[in-house]
Design a protein. Structure first.
Length: 353
């Protein structure tokens, strides 16, 4: 808000008029008498008048007041200039932010367009390459020989890999559109459903799951279910030699956030990878299993956590069978309470800035 002050500066002319008015009033208030004792109202001439000490004080006070008033007015003027400059800076930054918002909207619309194009225009040629490669292998095997068939097999593998990559990338771009608000969800039931689904696909003895009491919180249920499933699948996929063991727990940090922990006993991770591991298609170059699979799931996990106004990271020593603990926060947007039946653990984790 721009501030404006009245200009309090009195010009020299007005100041002189004020002083003359005071002198005139002082002269008119004095009286003289004739020889008969009759009171005369004629003012005494200024030149003949003896200076009055009270008048000098009054004039001195008036002069000082005008000087202080001029200094105050100058200070106000300087403050107004600074305020005007600050307002101009704020307006410039506001316009700059508006431009950036528009640029982000445009960039996001371009990504959405790319996702739509990728779902059809980019995949159609891949399907043609795969189909005709298979036809060559089936109908022209004798003519192209064993070496030619091997070449076609390599082409098919590349096509399938590119198709998978496109599917993952398109899915990653469309996650924001899947965030349709939040609802109160019983996470115990949600994790139980994930456990049942995975064991029906992989087998009842494919992994062990231990779950502490989890709260009911406000989340986007489909996305949060995918988040938990991705972390559990990650623990199963990157196991070491023993049966995968997964432990899931949650603590209430404060009135603002929940802290979730998903611990496994897998191959472990180098903690120096924390800046790379959550990026899409990022090659780590440290772990052969992660290098081969190039996990897109963790990038999806990070995006889902960010949509819930939280952060995700991990603790690990890269020692086989000691595994990795993935930690993430979820904002308690509904201000819900949570009291655990189980005693609090002694584990303490630092939340990164």
């Amino acid at each position: 808000m721009k501030m404006r002050y009245e200009n309090l500066l009195l010009g020299d002319k007005k100041r002189k008029e004020a002083i003359e008015a005071i002198l005139k009033d002082q002269n008119l208030s004095k009286t003289s008498f004739d020889n008969t004792g009759v009171k005369l109202q004629k003012p005494i001439a200024k030149n003949d008048e003896v200076p009055n000490s009270e008048m000098e004080v009054l004039l001195s006070f008036t002069e000082d007041a005008f000087e202080e008033l001029e200094e105050a007015n100058f200070t106000v003027q300087q403050a107004n200039k600074k305020l005007d400059a600050q307002n101009k800076i704020i307006e410039a930054y506001s316009k700059q932010q508006e431009v950036k918002i528009e640029e982000l909207k445009f960039a996001y619309s371009q990504l959405e367009h790319f996702a739509q194009v990728g779902s059809h225009d980019l995949k159609e040629p891949l399907r043609n390459i795969a189909n005709f490669s298979q036809l060559l292998i089936k109908h022209c095997a004798k003519n192209i020989g064993a070496e030619g068939q091997n070449f076609l097999e390599v082409i098919l593998q590349g096509v399938n890999q590119l198709d998978t990559t496109l599917n993952h990338f398109i899915d990653y771009l469309q996650i924001e559109n899947q965030f349709k608000g939040a609802e109160i969800v019983d996470l115990n039931k949600l994790v139980e459903d994930i456990d049942s689904d995975l064991k029906s696909q992989l087998g009842q003895n494919s992994f062990q799951l231990k779950v502490e009491q989890l709260p009911e919180i406000a989340v986007n249920q489909p996305l949060f279910k995918r988040l938990m499933k991705e972390l559990m699948v990650n623990a199963i996929k990157f196991k070491h030699t023993e049966l995968p063991k997964i432990e899931i727990s949650c603590d209430k940090l404060d009135e603002e956030f929940w802290l979730f922990k998903v611990k496994d006993n897998g191959v472990g991770l180098d903690e120096q990878l924390i800046d790379k591991l959550f990026l899409p298609f990022q090659r780590t170059g440290k772990n052969s299993l992660y290098e081969e699979n190039r996990p897109m799931g963790l990038a999806v996990c990070q995006k889902i956590v960010k949509l819930h106004r939280g952060d995700i990271w991990y603790n690990s020593t890269a020692v086989p069978n000691e595994g990795t603990t993935f930690l993430f926060t979820i904002r308690n947007i509904a201000g819900l309470s949570f009291e655990k039946d189980n005693p609090e653990t002694d584990d303490h984790y630092m939340i990164p800035n």
